[in-house]
Write a new protein. Structure first.
Length: 256
């Protein structure tokens, strides 16, 4: 009887040890499984958090770019208006007259074209070439030291070696300006700016230049009181904005 009791105790002791070991192993694997699950969940959370941060960064970046675009002022709308009858040129920027100059226009036998054009290129110290004759940059150059070619072939706004012609219908069709005036205007305009050559006086020219009876309009008087823009010595560079110094301006007879 005592032997059976002892064996029974041994049996239950072994069974307890076995169950405890099994339970420990099970808890170990369950712990690893939970740990793995926890790590996977953490990684998913990190990925989601990273994605959220990336989306947030992109949104902030896009917002900043949009704000930068909105903060940048729009390019001014510039128009050069030339009244051939008045022999005047006005630089109008966003509807406001900035400058008014006296110019020479085409003479009756070689009139200036009429219409709306654009500035296609600008040249500093051009070389003039016509009819086999080439004139290098300098005081004797017929187009002066600045040339702004228009979108109508052979015509432009330029300087002159005949300053006495300013204010007259004396050119071969181009718009001539005095040296200081063309150098100042050259700095204030850009390729692509609009140029209106108006043949007869109208409401626009009356508003800008007066009615032709000798009296000046208020806009002209205001523009004439503005200080002259200091001329910065041009640094000619190749490109569409300012062509290289010495580039040849080949013009037909009706373009001086």
């Amino acid at each position: 009887m005592r032997g059976d009791t002892f064996r029974s105790r041994q049996y239950f002791a072994k069974l307890f040890v076995f169950n405890r070991g099994f339970l420990a192993i099970r808890m170990h694997w369950l712990g690893r499984r939970q740990l793995r699950t926890g790590l996977e969940d953490a990684m998913k959370s990190l990925k989601l958090s990273g994605l959220a941060v990336a989306v947030m960064v992109l949104a902030v970046s896009a917002g900043a770019q949009e704000m930068t675009k909105q903060e940048q002022p729009a390019a001014p709308k510039r128009v050069i208006v030339v009244s051939l009858e008045d022999r005047k040129l006005a630089l109008v920027e966003d509807g406001e007259v900035k400058k008014v100059y006296t110019v020479a226009v085409g003479k009756p036998s070689t009139p200036s074209p009429v219409g709306t054009f654009t500035i296609e290129h600008r040249v500093v110290n051009p070389t003039y070439s016509h009819g086999g004759k080439t004139v290098p940059p300098g005081p004797g150059n017929p187009v002066g030291d600045r040339w702004m070619g228009l979108s109508i072939a052979g015509y432009g706004i330029h300087g002159t070696n005949a300053p006495g012609s300013i204010g007259k219908a004396a050119s071969h069709g181009c718009i001539r300006m005095g040296k200081a005036d063309i150098e100042e205007l050259f700095q204030l305009v850009a390729v692509g700016d609009e140029v209106e050559l108006v043949g007869e006086r109208n409401e626009e020219t009356a508003r800008l230049f007066g009615t032709g009876d000798g009296s000046l309009s208020p806009t002209v008087l205001a523009a004439l009181t503005l200080p002259r823009t200091p001329v910065v010595l041009a640094q000619p560079t190749a490109g569409t904005e300012v062509a290289a110094a010495g580039v040849a301006i080949v013009t037909p007879a009706a373009s001086r």
